[in-house]
Design a protein around this ligand. Structure first.
Ligand SMILES: [Zn+2]
Length: 355
């Protein structure tokens, strides 16, 4: 049975082929070189958001244009400053927080409704995209989630255990409405893909959920953030995913689940084709390391992507990316940016090799 059909989960720009039948046929097709029959033509590529470059308009333009040039089909608004500062600095300017050292903040008063922040990277990006005739419906807007933002607001000494993350009331009354208004604004501006990045949820949800949160709190947080948002929705949580978190993720009101598979192979065992189908979820797999400064070989990355497609099905894989943003590669020195762009080129090349 061959033919093209609209993706069953309703993603508008993705056409899936019904050619694939089983994992065995995929392997066979691959072995015999008729990769075309895999039907990965519509599989999109993306990037989590950060780059090892300093925050400036010229660097943002460079990162965006080089990402498009690398063949990434859903480029993000480049994050060139810490992804928590982007959303917490405006709260400091409005008098809600005081910035202390190490990317941390102290609360001053977290009451009322903060204004929508003016994020210069968003304005820059929209202007550059307009200049280049790039349609925002193919761009990804990464928004940092309320739990991760809360983890940077210290209410005492001693890291996350003395941060606002322990204060459910403040998260629900102050941070979630703030993030939710930003998500709606980005939707109105026309971004086609909106991701909420919540690495801290990976720490929060192990065998049990820390700080007295319940599964329903996490689901409600996502419901509130994305309520009324029409864009394609996703969430990025890097690190190792626990079995408990995987169960919860199947119920969050987003389509795309972005997780690392290169550096955390155990994540392959955390998901199943059946659960993804039942939950209407699509994996946005990380297939290259965001930590190693070595650019992976095309063979190993292709092998990993084929294994992911094998396990979960072609129609359950899209927005193929790196494990995380590449801002952390900055420690590699002057060559860090080239390494990041070469990793993006590799992702694009591997996906195209399956088309
Ligand atoms: Zn990440």
């Amino acid at each position: 049975m061959a033919g093209e059909t609209e993706c069953e989960i309703g993603c508008p720009s993705r056409q899936v082929s019904l050619v694939f039948v089983s994992i065995h046929s995929i392997n066979q097709v691959y072995v015999f070189g008729s990769i075309k029959a895999l039907g990965a033509d519509g599989m999109r590529t993306s990037h989590v958001g950060s780059y090892p470059l300093d925050h400036s308009l010229s660097n943002l333009k460079k990162a965006f244009l080089d990402t498009v040039e690398a063949g990434i089909t859903v480029p993000p608004v480049p994050q060139l400053r810490p992804f928590t500062d982007m959303y917490l600095d405006p709260l400091e300017e409005m008098g809600y927080l005081k910035k202390i050292k190490g990317g941390k903040y102290n609360p001053i008063r977290l009451e009322g409704e903060p204004e929508l922040p003016e994020m210069e990277e968003v304005n820059w990006f929209i202007n550059v995209a307009r200049e280049r005739g790039f349609d925002l419906s193919h761009a990804r807007m990464p928004i940092t989630g309320p739990f991760t933002l809360a983890s940077r607001i210290e209410t005492g000494e001693g890291g996350i255990f003395n941060s606002l993350i322990t204060d459910k009331k403040k998260i629900f009354e102050f941070l979630i409405p703030y993030v939710s208004r930003i998500a709606k604004r980005m939707d109105e501006l026309g971004f086609g893909v909106i991701f909420v990045d919540e690495p801290v949820i990976g720490l929060l949800v192990g065998r049990r959920i820390l700080f007295d949160y319940k599964e329903s709190d996490i689901l409600e947080a996502y419901e509130l953030i994305f309520s009324g948002v029409k864009a394609e929705k996703g969430t990025h949580i890097c690190g190792k995913i626990s079995p408990r978190l995987s169960e919860i993720l199947m119920k969050v009101p987003v389509t795309y689940l972005s997780h690392e598979f290169y550096d955390s192979r155990s994540n392959l065992d955390r998901f199943s084709k059946e659960a993804l189908e039942e939950g209407g979820k699509v994996l946005s797999p990380g297939i290259v390391s965001a930590q190693s400064v070595d650019v992976e070989t095309i063979e190993e990355v292709r092998k990993l992507l084929i294994e992911i497609i094998d396990r979960f099905g072609l129609e359950r894989v899209d927005l193929v990316s790196g494990d995380c943003g590449f801002g952390g590669l900055k420690a590699a020195g002057p060559n860090a940016y080239n390494i990041a762009i070469n990793k993006l080129k590799l992702i694009s090349e591997v996906v195209r090799s399956l088309s």
